[in-house]
Design a protein around this ligand. Structure first.
Ligand SMILES: Nc1ncnc2c1ncn2[C@@H]1O[C@H](COP(=O)(O)OP(=O)(O)OP(=O)(O)O)[C@@H](O)[C@H]1O
Length: 345
């Protein structure tokens, strides 16, 4: 992987804002590399600096210090049309597309390649058709941009970036306005694109779970202005992922790759065993109720879950007695009987 030449490379890059003599550094000493064929997700808390980095890499705002090289050339030496042939940018901000319809906006993606009259060649038309198909926006083409929902508009903007057909695509929160199936679809599309067309794709997102599943590499922006990069799995296992999102009140479970929202409210500990599916949902419901899930069997209560015709059943062993329940709700109610009457809640 490392022997592919990076399409973007930064050396000692500092990003941030200058205004009336004061400098606000958001992040510094960034040495980043983005390689063809990779989908990289940029993650960080609100205000960490994701948009600032995106805008700086795409030349929309100047770096405070250091260097950005795009395809081995310093960013500031690229003429606008050269930059537009190397890099496309999809922003989340509400765009002002005037009175253009979706078809015209997608066609604008070909501007860096057309003559001064803007005439489209057969190749341009084929790139446009391909990007429309990939993003599934055919039903929207004749509608004006201001008549589209946020999510629909976001897909049109992605189609425009795909029509621009650059080796590098930067997307600032491309899933922000999408519903779950469309978010999954978008991430899958971007992943496939990176793989099949050898594009380098960098996207910022708050979708930690989707990023963990789809990214070839994560860039984790820490509030202290540093960025850790690596394979998602390595960043989870070495604790960097957790450190980036550390907050009191919820914790990242490295074993399951999920955040534990509910902290145990009491000393009641339950040991769960059984097949993955019923185990997963029983654990989730018990944690929501504030029970601690133990890794050891020698606790107050052992629950053996299994799959049944209606989806779920469980045997509970509490104080050497056996109880049977046929739903997660019944399991929770039984727990209340045990632990509330025991004074543990
Ligand atoms: N124009 C500006 N001038 C000065 N500071 C700014 C400006 N825009 C943003 N900032 C500050 O820079 C920091 C990084 O902001 P940025 O928008 O890059 O964060 P982000 O990671 O994209 O956040 P979010 O997840 O909330 O979108 C924040 O502290 C923000 O207040």
């Amino acid at each position: 992987m490392k022997n592919r030449k990076p399409i973007v490379e930064t050396h000692a890059l500092a990003i941030g804002y200058r205004s009336s003599g004061t400098v606000r550094t958001v992040a510094e000493d960034l040495n980043l590399q983005l390689r063809p064929g990779s989908l990289v997700c940029l993650l960080g808390s609100n205000g960490a600096g994701k948009s600032t980095l995106m805008r700086t890499l795409s030349g929309l705002q100047p770096a405070l210090a250091g260097e950005i090289r795009i395809d081995e050339r310093p960013l500031q030496t690229l003429k606008p049309v050269e930059l537009a042939q190397k890099l496309s940018l999809v922003l989340t901000d509400r765009i002002d597309a005037g009175n253009l319809n979706a078809r015209e906006v997608v066609a604008l993606g070909r501007t860096p390649y057309t003559d001064w009259l803007g005439s489209l060649t057969r190749d341009d038309h084929s790139k446009i058709a391909q990007s429309i198909e990939q993003t599934g926006i055919a039903p929207l083409l004749d509608r004006h941009m201001h008549q589209l929902s946020d999510g629909e508009r976001q897909k049109v903007m992605l189609a425009r970036a795909l029509a621009q057909d650059t080796p590098l695509i930067l997307l600032d929160e491309p899933t922000a306005h999408l519903d779950l199936p469309n978010r999954v679809e978008m991430m899958r599309l971007l992943h496939t694109l990176a793989r099949d067309t050898r594009k380098a794709i960098l996207l910022s997102t708050h979708e930690l779970d989707l990023a963990l599943q789809t990214a070839d590499e994560l860039w984790l922006m820490h509030p202290n202005g540093t960025i850790m990069t690596g394979l998602p799995e390595d960043l989870v296992l070495n604790g960097a992922f957790e450190a980036t999102f550390a907050r009191s009140g919820f914790a990242f479970d490295r074993a399951t790759g999920t955040f534990t929202i509910h902290q145990p409210k009491n000393n009641a500990q339950i040991y769960l065993e059984g097949p993955d599916k019923p185990l997963f949902w029983a654990r989730r419901a018990l944690q929501r109720e504030g029970y601690g899930i133990s890794r050891y069997r020698d606790v107050d209560c052992v629950v053996r879950v299994s799959e049944a015709e209606n989806g779920f059943m469980a045997e509970i062993i509490f104080q050497n007695q056996l109880f049977k329940v046929a739903s997660v709700q019944a399991l929770i109610e039984q727990m209340r009987v045990f632990f509330v009457s025991n004074g543990e809640f």
